[in-house]
Design a protein around this ligand. Sequence first.
Ligand SMILES: *Cc1c(COP(=O)(O)O)cnc(C)c1O
Length: 212
Amino acid sequence: MIRDNLEKVRQRIQKADVHNQVTLIAVSKTKPASYLQQAIDAGQCHFGENYLQEALDKIEKLKGQNLIWHFIGPIQSNKTNKISQNFDWVHSVDRLKIAKRLNDQRSNNLGRLNVLLQVNIDNEPTKSGVLEGEIEQTVAHFENFQNILLRGFMCIPNPDNSEQSFKKMTQIMQKYPNLDTLSMGMSSDLELAIKNGATFVRIGSDIFGKRV
Ligand SMILES: *Cc1c(COP(=O)(O)O)cnc(C)c1O
């Protein structure tokens, strides 16, 4: 079942990904480690998780399999230490305070933690992320960090105008030639996101089934 779902998602991606630049992240929040193992057995290695304790349990259960773990959920200050030590990527850095803590807490021997700045691209009060007008100033600060590396941006656009917002993100990216990663697109809009410049898509329900 998960194997078939994964294959369908891969085919959708392949069809849209004319520049061959997209990596699939399987978003496994609320799903048990046994589901992730099925995806691993079908060749999946990037996983996205939203809740720290749940993620740590799965990371422990599935260790030794060369997986790449992405933290994509909201980040409270008291969670940064474990996030910095247990993940390869963090997509949901939405303020400098969090970036600084991740930088200070990441162990040197782990190498730099890849991070994305979350952008509240539609200026929605219910969503986290920096506003478009704050991006430039925020990005400049990342030069001071030795243990984290800013790779690009993540966004969760309003579904009502997601195409426009994806396009806006791609335009913003073009101002930063050193950045190479744009995390956008979920189950319902992955084709649109890829067509408009995504390099990571984060797919949950179309792989693992609906969350209850
Ligand atoms: C849950 C989640 C996803 C996956 O959404 P689906 O609609 O299930 O594909 C992607 N990104 C973030 C940030 C999420 O929280």
